[in-house]
Design a binder for this molecule. Structure first.
Ligand SMILES: Nc1ncnc2c1ncn2[C@@H]1O[C@H](COP(=O)(O)OP(=O)(O)O)[C@@H](O)[C@H]1O
Ligand SMILES: CC(C)(COP(=O)(O)O)[C@@H](O)C(=O)NCCC(=O)O
Ligand SMILES: [K+]
Length: 279
C-alpha cells in the first residue's frame, strides 16, 4: 500500500492507494498538529510500503513525521518546490519558497490539462497559473473562508457555511450577523477567483482550463461562473506525477482526475472583465 499525505495548515489529509491495482482503499483527515503519531484516526503503517508527503506545516512537524515514518516504512518521498519539474518552470524568484501544495497542484494541473489555473480553497485560497508550454506565472494568496470569518471576530466562527448551500442563497444580502458574514466572505472568495482568472487570461491572451481543490472547493465551485472542474485529489496528483510508483502512475494516470471543462472563449472572458470594470 502507498500512503499519500497532504499536510495543510488546518487538516492533514491521508489516503491509502493499492500498489497493484492503483485503487484508493481508504482515506481520512486529522487536524494538523505539532506531532503526528499513528493512532486510531490514521492508517495502520504495517501495510504501507511507501509514503509520499506534501507538507506546508512547520519544518519541525515534517521532520518529526518523516523520522517516525522512516522507522516503519522503507520508501519515504518528500516533495519540495523546485525551479523546474515535469515540464513546468516555477515562476517564483525563489522557487523553493512556493508552497509545495501549490507546486503539486500546478504540476498535476499541467500534466492533466496543459496550461491551467489551479485554485486551492483551504486555510488560504491560492490561485496559480501555468501557461501552455509550462511557464508558471506565480499566483495569488488570500485568506480562506474560515480565516476570513475568524478575522472578523464577530462571534460567528462556529457557524460554518453549510457546504451544501446553493450559491444563489449565499450571494443574497444576509439578514442576521451570521448570514451577513457567511455571505460576505463567500462573495469575497468567489469574486476574487472570477476576477483573478479573467485578469490573468486577459493579460496573457489565453483562455485556460480552471481546476479547483481543497476543503472548500465544492461550495466555492457553485459560485464560480467560469467553466471549471473540481479535483479533490489534485495535490495527491502532483505526488503521483513526481514519484510514480504504480503501473498506472508510470503511464501518467492520476487518481480521480476529472474531465476538463472546456474554457470559455477569450472574447467572452474579456467581455465579462470589461463589464465588471464598468461597475
Ligand atoms: N470537515 C471539515 N473539517 C474542517 N474543515 C473543513 C471541513 N470541510 C470543509 N472545511 C473547510 O476546509 C478548510 C480546510 O481545507 P483544506 O484544504 O484541508 O485546508 P488546508 O490544506 O489548509 O489544511 C477549512 O478551513 C474549512 O473552511
Ligand atoms: C499559501 C499556503 C499557506 C496555503 O496553504 P494551505 O491553505 O493549503 O494550508 C501554503 O502554500 C504556504 O505556506 N506557502 C508558502 C508561501 C508561498 O507559497 O508563497
Ligand atoms: K490552500
Amino acid at each position: 500500500m502507498i500512503l499519500d499525505l497532504d499536510i495543510g495548515n488546518t487538516l492533514s489529509k491521508w489516503r491509502l492507494k493499492d500498489v497493484e491495482s492503483s485503487e484508493i482503499r481508504s482515506r481520512g483527515a486529522v487536524w494538523t498538529r505539532e506531532e503526528w503519531r499513528p493512532g486510531a484516526d490514521i492508517p495502520d503503517l504495517d501495510v504501507v510500503e511507501a509514503v509520499r508527503i506534501s507538507s506546508v506545516a512547520r519544518a519541525a512537524v515534517l521532520n518529526d513525521t518523516v523520522q517516525l515514518l522512516r522507522h516503519q516504512v522503507r520508501q519515504v518521498y518528500v516533495a519540495h518546490s523546485t525551479a523546474e519539474a515535469l515540464g513546468v518552470v516555477n515562476g517564483y524568484e525563489e522557487p523553493g519558497r512556493l508552497g509545495v501544495d501549490r507546486w503539486m497542484g500546478a504540476l498535476a494541473g499541467y500534466q492533466l490539462a496543459g496550461g491551467c489555473c489551479a485554485v486551492d480553497c483551504g486555510s488560504a485560497i491560492t490561485v496559480d497559473f501555468v501557461l501552455p508550454g509550462g511557464r508558471h506565472l506565480g499566483g495569488y494568496i488570500l485568506p480562506g473562508l474560515r480565516l476570513m470569518k475568524e478575522s472578523l471576530k464577530l462571534g460567528t466562527r462556529n457557524v460554518a457555511i453549510d457546504p451544501d448551500s446553493e450559491a444563489d442563497e449565499l450571494l443574497m444580502p444576509g439578514r442576521r450577523t451570521v448570514e451577513a458574514v457567511n455571505h460576505g466572505i463567500y462573495m469575497a472568495a468567489v469574486s476574487a477567483v472570477n476576477r483573478i482568472y479573467s485578469e490573468v487570461c486577459d493579460q496573457q491572451g489565453v483562455a485556460l482550463p480552471m481546476l479547483l481543490t481543497g476543503g472548500d472547493a465544492r461550495v466555492i465551485s457553485r459560485g464560480v461562473q467560469i467553466p471549471h472542474s473540481v479535483w479533490p485529489d489534485m495535490v495527491y496528483g502532483g505526488l503521483e506525477a513526481c514519484f510514480p510508483l504504480t503501473l498506472a502512475e508510470r503511464a501518467g494516470k492520476m487518481a480521480g482526475a476529472p474531465r476538463i471543462a472546456e474554457p470559455a472563449s477569450l472574447e467572452k472572458i474579456r467581455a465579462g472583465l470589461a463589464f465588471s470594470m464598468l461597475l
